[in-house]
Design a protein around this ligand. Structure first.
Ligand code: GLN
Length: 488
């Protein structure tokens, strides 16, 4: 089945002319038809548009006698509903954008298009990327393909489900505190958060601008490297996007990891960590050691403050970023007697509970009298967390941790208890606070029920090459990524 292939596998078939992009696109559409009623990964998709893009790719390949250096020519990729695609609706999993249609392409979309990708669908997410379960969506919950009673994680839950259930070849997500890596771990796929400044945020609807990065969700490490190669690079439309050479991530993948120093944070392998997850991570460490890596214990002493720090910084930035959804400029409008009433009615009707909670929290921590006690202090702790990593990276090449403390939790299990939900982000948040890169790769399954477990590798700022090489070495030796959920 063409929809089950990795990008690398489908590309080589397309290049040899044995299959067409139209057949691959049709296979994805058939799979959506077969399983998405149960999974709800897609908010919307346009089959005719996808097939037209596929036909154009097939024509190009035929006329040019090959892909002409377009590495994603004819590959169907699903896009999270927070990234602008020209002429397509953009809702951010919210009601507040109403019938808004994006007038422009995000930079990552432009780059994917020039690489020949077929962009399709709006995949589901927690509203404005706030959440860890895709339960906070105005378009209904998405379900984990390994167990329909469980969440796929979030906020890029739709992207992870679409990839894991073979409804597309790869997906784009966004990661502010774990939203690419955590759903990848819960659904058994690869999820990469690039270093802050590696990928342009132009056209990504902002949640917390100092933390947000767009990242790929894929079926293999090689595919993640390929996607990263395409979407990275300086952008005059995003001044935080760093003008530095983009390495050929796919070329360095197969090197040996012998002699690489890997650190395991003492503070991570402790209470709250499910024993089955801990065992899978230990087994992964043994495998990496077998391949010649040196494992050492390190310390990230400010870890215990990461959740509190993140939820102050992120909500503060969100309260400012979401001020633009006011009922005047775009989307939903609920009229009122005066502008203040219009704003408040529109925002009251348009935002869901979690978004309101965060706007209120963010406004509070920024308000005069509380700013110093909360926001300023959180910024100082953020610096300490960043320093913890800088010091660790003087001794090690990468850091190895679980991606999440447990495998996928049940739908509804944490939705009434925001603090429990926030605490489940413990291993992923620091990466964004420190601006470093991170990837989650499948590293086994729990038993009873059988659910995927994710291994997280964290790397130096702009150290994706090293990170991907380690991830690839691990993946090739173990093959966990190839397991598929049974969706009869
Ligand atoms: N779960 C975290 C939050 O709710 C991270 C979300 C994200 O990375 N977008 O904020």
């Amino acid at each position: 089945m063409l929809n089950q292939l990795t990008i690398a596998e489908l590309s080589s078939k397309l290049n040899s002319g044995t299959v067409s992009s139209r057949e691959a696109a049709q296979a994805c559409l058939d799979q959506i038809e077969r399983v998405d009623g149960r999974l709800n990964a897609f908010i919307s998709h346009d089959p005719a548009d996808l097939l037209a893009q596929a036909d154009a790719a097939d024509r190009f390949r035929q006329e040019q006698g090959g892909n002409q250096g377009r590495p994603l020519l004819g590959i169907p990729i699903a896009v999270k509903d927070v990234i602008a695609v020209r002429g397509h609706p953009l809702n951010c999993g919210s009601k507040i954008l109403g019938s808004y249609v994006s007038p422009y392409d995000a930079t990552v979309i432009e780059k994917l298009r020039s690489a020949g990708a077929l962009l399709f669908g709006r995949v589901n997410m927690d509203e404005f990327a706030m959440g860890s379960s895709t339960e906070n969506s105005a378009f209904g919950v998405s379900r984990n393909p390994w167990d329909l009673d469980r969440t796929p994680g979030g906020s890029s839950g739709g992207s992870a489900v679409a990839v894991a259930a073979d409804e597309c070849l790869a997906g784009l997500g966004s990661d502010t505190g774990g939203s690419v890596r955590q759903p990848a771990a819960f659904c058994g796929c690869v999820g990469l958060k690039p270093s802050y400044g590696r990928v342009s945020r132009y056209g990504l609807v902002a949640y917390a601008s100092s933390l947000d990065q767009i990242g790929p969700l894929t079926k293999s490490v090689r595919d993640a490297a390929l996607m990263l190669e395409v979407i990275s690079g300086a952008d005059s439309k995003d001044s935080t996007c760093v003008p530095r050479e983009v390495p050929k991530f796919t070329e360095g993948l197969n090197g040996s990891i012998r002699g690489m120093r890997l650190g395991v944070p003492r503070e991570y392998m402790v209470g709250g960590l499910d024993p089955q997850v801990a065992d899978a991570v230990r087994a992964a460490l043994s495998e990496l050691e077998k391949q010649g890596a040196e494992i050492t214990e390190i310390s990230l002493p400010h870890t215990e403050y990461a959740v509190a720090t993140y939820y102050i910084v992120a909500t503060a930035e969100a309260s400012a970023n979401l001020a633009r959804f006011d009922g005047i400029r775009y989307g939903l409008r609920v009229d009122g007697a005066d502008p203040a009433e219009l704003y408040s009615r529109t925002r009251g009707a348009g935002f869901g509970t979690e978004v309101k909670r965060r706007v209120i929290l963010g406004t509070y921590v920024l308000s005069s009298g509380y700013y110093d006690a909360y926001y300023l202090r959180a910024q100082k702790v953020r610096t300490l967390i960043r320093k913890d990593f800088a010091e660790a990276f003087e001794r090690v090449d990468a850091i190895v941790t679980p991606t999440t403390p447990t495998a996928a939790f049940r739908i509804g299990e944490k939705s009434d208890d925001p603090l429990q939900m926030y605490l489940s982000d413990i291993y992923t948040l620091s990466c964004n606070l420190a601006g470093i890169c991170g990837v989650s790769v499948p590293c086994g399954f729990t038993t009873n029920p059988r659910l995927p477990i994710g291994l997280q590798l964290l790397g130096k700022p702009f150290g994706e090459e090293t990170l991907l090489r380690i991830a690839n070495a691990y993946e090739q030796a173990t093959g966990w990524h190839a397991a598929k959920p049974e969706l009869s």
